[in-house]
Write a protein that binds this ligand. Structure first.
Ligand SMILES: [Zn+2]
Length: 265
């Protein structure tokens, strides 16, 4: 099975080469892709080609989805699994792209049993075994190194869903400790909620406090976009995310910083 998949993937890669110019452009346009080691960049490029080949893009509401736009989505979705492999994106095929935020009906019973309904604008959704849904405007606003990344957020939910619900507990690798993961994340989640309740300032999006699953997805965005912030605020969470994603974005950014020292005035 493994050999067959490998063979098929090599064939897809051979038959669907990605132009160097297109690849250079997407790298140059996304600061969070700076500092990748050569072999990492090669892996990310292969994953993006496979993603473009295997996922079905469905633009809706009149969105014109060009080849460069498809590549931008593919690269941002593949970055979290760059060192995990394409299998982690298995089990679903469709990427639905809206031009901007889209409206979802929400309903909830309150404590007295009354049903409340309201509409909410969302920038992305991830369904178990179902589509990945993204707002293109939000994908365009992602990847700048400012902490916001809708594609990484929704892919984090997809990885979390691989072993059940969106609960902030994705399948961990051999050698990782479920206890250490739970300790790091619950302590950080509780602390974050306490700080918000106390009105303390934080650079992390308060949406992370909604639920443990959202905390994992939002912290994953910051891990790739602003790793220094995660490391400064919750170093144990940074270590767990680095072990899970098998990446060290902080070291990447440090390499970029050393290679491009600020001009002295
Ligand atoms: Zn979410």
């Amino acid at each position: 099975m493994w050999l067959f998949r490998r063979f098929r993937r090599n064939k897809i890669l051979r038959e669907n080469p990605l132009a160097d110019t297109a690849w250079r452009e997407v790298l140059a346009d996304h600061p969070i892709l700076a500092g990748l080691a050569e072999e990492e960049e090669g892996r990310l490029r292969e994953l993006a080609v496979l993603f473009l080949h295997e996922k079905i893009y469905e633009p809706v509401q009149g969105l014109g989805l060009t080849e460069p736009m498809r590549l931008v989505i593919a690269v941002q979705c593949c970055l979290p699994v760059m060192n995990l492999g394409q299998d982690w994106l298995d089990g679903w095929r469709t990427v639905i792209a809206y031009p901007g935020a889209f409206v979802r009906k929400r309903e909830q019973f309150d404590s007295s049993g009354v049903m409340h309904e309201w509409e909410e604008a969302v920038s992305g959704e991830a369904w178990k075994l179902g589509p990945l849904i993204l707002s293109w405007a939000d994908v365009e606003a992602s990847g700048w190194g400012d902490g916001y990344n809708v594609a990484i957020h929704e892919i984090a939910h997809k990885l979390d869903l691989l072993n059940g619900e969106v609960d902030g507990f994705p399948p961990l690798h051999r050698g990782m400790s479920a206890k250490a993961w739970n300790q790091a994340f619950s302590a950080a989640f509780d602390d974050f909620n306490r700080r918000l309740d106390a009105g303390a300032a934080t650079e992390i999006d308060p949406y992370a406090a909604e639920a443990p699953g959202e905390f994992f997805a939002v912290l994953s965005e910051y891990f790739f976009e602003l790793p220094g912030l995660v490391f400064a605020e919750y170093p144990e969470v940074y270590r767990q995310l680095a072990a899970f994603y098998r990446q060290d974005p902080l070291a990447r950014m440090e390499r970029v910083r050393v290679a491009n020292p600020p001009a002295e005035g």
